[in-house]
Design a protein around this ligand. Structure first.
Ligand code: BV8
Ligand code: ZN
Length: 275
C-alpha cells in the first residue's frame, strides 16, 4: 500500500470539488484548548482505569465516584474555549452551506466545543458532558449548571490511587420529574450508541465525498472503522494528527502537527482559492 500523501495543494483541490464533507473528530482537536486527551501523555485513561469510571457497571457499583469524575470534567471543559481548529471548521461549514454544499461534524468528544464554536448539526457519538439522563424514567435533559449539584461543589478530580467517593447517593443529581437517580448522558464502554445518531451517521457517511479525521487515535469502535471504511470505498480521507495511528496507512492524506495549526491552514487555503 502506498504511503499517505501530505500534499496540501492536492488536498485543497479535493476540497474545492467536494460537495458532502464529513469531519470526524476525537480528543486531539480539543487538546490545544487545554482539555486532556485519553490515551496520550497526560491522558485520562493513563491516570484512571476506564472500567472503574466509564462503564455501566462502574456507575452501578459507585455512582458517587462516577459523578465526581464527570463533575470534574464538566468544570474543566466549562473553563475552556474552542480553538482555531473548531472555529475553522465552523466557518468552513457556513461557507459551504452558502454554496449549496454541506459539512457534517461527527465527534467522539463530549466537551461541546464544536457547538460552542458555532458548528450546527453536530453528531455526538458518545453523548455530552452537559446532558443528563434519569436511570428510572429515561428522561434526558440539558444541564450546564456549575456545579451540577451542591454536594459536588469544590470537589476536584477523584484520587486515582484510592478512587474514594464521599458524596451520599441522595445528594447526587436526581430527576426533576420522577426523582430517580440521574446519570451522565454519555455512552460508556459496553453500551450501545444511540441508534438515531448511528443512523444519521451512516447516512452522512454514505453520501460523503471527502472526509477529514482529526485528533483521534482510532481505537474505539464503532467510530474507529468509519474513516477506513470510507477509504476502502475510494473516498479521499485526510488525517490530521500529531502522530500516525493504526488507521494512517489506509488513508489518502496525513497532515502531521497540532490540529489548531494544520486544520485552519488546510481550510483557509480552500477559502482563498475560491476567491
Ligand atoms: C459498542 C465517552 C456495542 C466516555 C467513550 C469492536 C472491536 C473491538 C472492541 C470493540 C468493538 N466493538 C465494541 C468494542 C468495545 C468498545 C471499544 O471499542 N473498545 C476499544 C477500547 C477496543 N466499544 C464500545 O464499548 C462502544 N459500544 O460498541 O456497543 C457493544 C456493546 C457491548 C459489547 C460489545 C459491543 C462504546 C464506546 C464508547 C466509549 N465511550 N467516550 C467519556 O468520555 O468519559 S470512548 C473514549 O475513547 C474516550 O472517552 C473518547 O471519546 C474515545 C476516543 O478517543 P479519542 O478521541 O481518539 O482520544 P485518544 O486520547 O485516544 O486519542 C487522541 C488522539 O489525538 C491521538 O491520536 C493523539 O495523537 C491526537 N492528538 C493529541 N493532541 C493533538 C492530536 N492531534 C492533533 N492535534 C493535537 N494537538
Ligand atoms: Zn425520571
Amino acid at each position: 500500500m502506498s504511503r499517505p500523501s501530505s500534499d496540501l495543494a492536492s488536498f485543497r483541490s479535493r476540497l474545492k470539488t467536494a460537495r458532502h464533507i464529513v469531519v470526524l473528530t476525537g480528543a486531539g482537536i480539543s487538546a490545544e484548548s487545554g482539555i486532556p486527551t485519553f490515551r496520550g501523555a497526560g491522558g485520562l485513561w493513563r491516570k484512571y482505569e476506564a472500567t472503574r469510571l466509564a462503564t455501566p457497571q462502574a456507575f452501578a457499583a459507585n455512582p458517587a465516584l462516577v459523578w465526581e469524575f464527570y463533575h470534574y470534567r464538566r468544570e474543566v471543559c466549562l473553563s475552556k474555549e474552542p480553538n482555531d481548529a473548531h472555529r475553522a471548521i465552523a466557518e468552513c461549514q457556513k461557507r459551504l452551506a452558502s454554496e449549496g454544499k454541506d459539512l457534517t461534524v461527527i465527534t467522539q468528544n463530549v466537551d461541546d466545543l464544536h457547538h460552542r464554536a458555532g458548528t450546527t448539526g453536530v453528531l455526538q457519538l458518545h453523548g455530552s458532558l452537559y446532558r443528563v439522563r434519569c436511570t428510572s424514567c429515561k428522561k434526558v435533559w440539558d444541564d450546564r449548571n456549575s456545579p451540577i449539584c451542591e454536594a459536588l461543589a469544590d470537589k476536584g478530580a477523584p484520587d486515582p490511587d484510592t478512587l474514594d467517593a464521599e458524596v451520599a447517593k441522595e445528594d447526587l443529581p436526581h430527576c426533576p420529574t420522577c426523582g430517580g437517580l440521574a446519570r451522565p448522558h454519555i455512552v460508556w464502554f459496553g453500551e450501545n450508541l444511540d441508534p438515531k445518531v448511528l443512523d444519521a451517521t451512516q447516512r452522512y457517511l454514505d453520501e460523503c465525498d471527502l472526509c477529514l479525521v482529526i485528533g483521534t487515535s482510532s481505537v474505539v469502535y464503532p467510530a474507529a472503522m468509519f474513516a477506513p471504511m470510507l477509504a476502502a470505498r475510494g473516498v479521499p480521507v485526510a488525517e490530521f494528527n500529531i502522530e500516525e495511528t493504526g488507521a494512517t496507512a489506509a488513508l489518502g492524506y496525513h497532515f502531521a502537527g497540532p490540529a489548531a495549526k494544520t486544520v485552519p491552514e488546510a481550510l483557509k487555503a480552500f477559502e482563498s482559492n475560491e476567491q
